[in-house]
Design a protein around this ligand. Sequence first.
Ligand SMILES: [Ca+2]
Ligand SMILES: [Ca+2]
Length: 173
Amino acid sequence: MKKIYFLIIVLIFFSSTAPAQIPFNTSPVWTSSDNGAYSTGCAWVDLNKDGWLDLVTADGNDMSRQKLSVYFSNNGTLPTVPGWQSTDIDYHGKLTVGDVNGDGWSDVAVSVYIGPAGFGSRGKVKLYLNSNGTLSSIPAWISSDTVYTFSCAFGGCGRRWRPRFSSCLRGEL
Ligand SMILES: [Ca+2]
Ligand SMILES: [Ca+2]
């Protein structure tokens, strides 16, 4: 009788841990047209508050100094060319989104992996503020300290912009 119970338990365990079918296509349904970008970070966020998620990308990594880009969704269809790009370029790592000044518009912060001189020079963290659906073309804020940073996150500083904001946005290697 114990063998039967053991067999039932084993069957239940293996039937519940069997690999499920993953409902994704094996090839991408969308590809950006910028083949020269070394895209390192991205996030989905409705930047212009039209109800559709937009794609924000950070390009560069340690390969080339490149821009941030935004692909604005057109009623659920993502264009292959960005609708916004930053004016400045850097070795961008990962990015994060959040409404840092509490105006209802999501802003974007990005880590700069290494400085303009490449390895041997430290990077920084930058913030692009969102004004009515469009990000500032240049950073509204740049960390005063330099650091090798690959990712960053908002946290621990509440929802509102504060003078001590720089202590709340931390980069991590
Ligand atoms: Ca949108
Ligand atoms: Ca904001």
